[in-house]
Design a protein. Structure first.
Length: 388
């Protein structure tokens, strides 16, 4: 599949007609276990926590889309990050971007820290800042680019160079971009993660996560990264069911055309908001006003569908705006075909301590939009009436 374009891979990579029936679409192997001819003599499947044919097709497809060698899927995005953290041992150190999805930061500080891992959070828009935080026991650098919710951009190539110089792995949460716009493994990252709950599934009806890796054996791990992650996937057991894997396979078929539309609509919405007198500032990596637009363009091929902006007037005005919209649902999450709007300080990032939110700029006037694939004019008209 390596020679085919992305639009072809989302339809065909890993997907073969079912050998038994010729079914063109991947069957849902809704089974927890598999009959063995004699003890230990089986057809490659023993128990669905370890392997399931529907899940395997999805994993093959994901590896192709991110240009990796292997992919593994999990019952949520956070479960996939937790599997990465389980590569590490008590006493190991992680450097992470300061502006991360609130649930990721909560997993780091309130779960993994109790298991003896230590974390440094820092603004990595200047990659050299990363160098200053690397320690002899740093095993992992974890970033998002663009970040959630502020849409700050990190230099993925430079972060990989610095991480590798210190013997650490670089993990990139690529949820906001999808592999259609950005493929971190091609930029030097070691692990790509997605909350597939978002753009990859695209229809707001499944929770799922994935990790994609290239073949490699980090010296401190002492075995292949993929083999260790596969062991952890089965041992921890946060695997998705076959029906959800089928739904994500179906969603992926339209990833390319959905992302093009999300991107075009987000650019129009961001441009509209930027010109509005009630809006203080807009952050969208596709806008010329974004401080790292050039860096973003050097590592991605689109701005994506997420737009954040700061409203003048703070919390009361922000609440009024969210209550006045007709098309946008006020809801957490993102990346579905429908437009969503949310207030990070009260909703997705409520678990981030207030002093950290203040330091980062997650203010009471900050609003995050997941721009859907509806008609852009209708979305802008709705925002316009609500702003009035
Ligand atoms: C950037 C990012 N990473 C990770 C997650 C967590 O994924 P999940 O909700 O599928 O566990 C989210 C969820 O919003 C997210 O936005």
């Amino acid at each position: 599949m390596a020679d085919y374009k992305f639009e072809t891979k989302v339809i065909h990579a890993g997907v073969e007609p079912d050998p038994q029936t010729g079914a063109v679409m991947t069957p849902i192997y809704q089974t927890s276990t598999y009959a063995q001819e004699s003890p230990g003599k089986h057809k490659g499947y023993e128990y669905s926590r370890g392997d399931n044919p529907t899940r395997n097709v999805l994993q093959t497809q994901l590896a192709a889309l991110e240009n990796g060698d292997h992919a593994l899927v999990y019952s949520s995005g956070l479960a996939s990050i937790d599997n990465v953290l389980n590569l590490l041992k008590s006493g190991d150190h992680v450097v992470a971007g300061d502006d991360l999805y609130g649930g990721t930061r909560r997993l780091f500080t309130r779960v993994a820290q109790n298991r003896g891992l230590t974390f440094s959070f820092t603004c990595l828009t200047d990659a050299e800042e990363l160098e200053r935080h690397m320690k002899p026991n740093t095993k992992l650098v974890w970033i998002e680019s663009p970040t959630n919710p502020l849409l700050k951009v990190m230099d993925i190539r430079r972060a990989a160079e610095i991480a590798h110089k210190h013997g650490a792995l670089l993990g990139v949460d690529n949820t906001f971009m999808s592999p259609y716009f950005q493929r971190p493994l091609e930029l030097g990252a070691d692990i790509v993660m997605h909350s597939m709950t978002k753009y990859m599934n695209g229809h707001s009806d499944v929770l799922m996560g994935c990790l994609v890796v290239k073949d490699q054996t980090p010296s401190w791990l002492g075995e292949s990264l993929f083999a260790k992650l596969k062991f952890l996937q089965n041992s921890i057991g946060a695997t998705p069911g076959p029906f959800d894997c089928f739904l994500v396979l179906r969603g992926l078929k339209t990833l390319a055309i959905r992302m093009d539309r999300h991107n075009a609509n987000a650019m129009k919405v961001a441009t509209f908001l930027e010109s509005h007198p009630k809006v203080e500032s807009v952050s969208y990596p596709g806008l010329p006003s974004h401080p790292n637009q050039a860096l973003h363009a050097s590592q991605s091929s689109g701005g994506g569908g997420m737009v954040t902006f700061v409203l003048k007037g703070g919390l009361p005005v922000a609440k009024k705006l969210l209550e006045s919209l007709k098309l946008f649902a006020v809801a957490e999450s993102l990346g579905g075909v429908e437009s969503l709007i949310e207030h990070p300080a009260i909703m997705t990032h409520a678990s981030v301590p207030v002093e950290v939110r203040e330091e980062l700029g997650i203010s009471d006037g900050l609003i995050r939009i997941s721009v859907g694939i509806e008609a852009a004019d209708d979305l802008i008209a709705d925002l316009d009436q609500a702003l009035r």
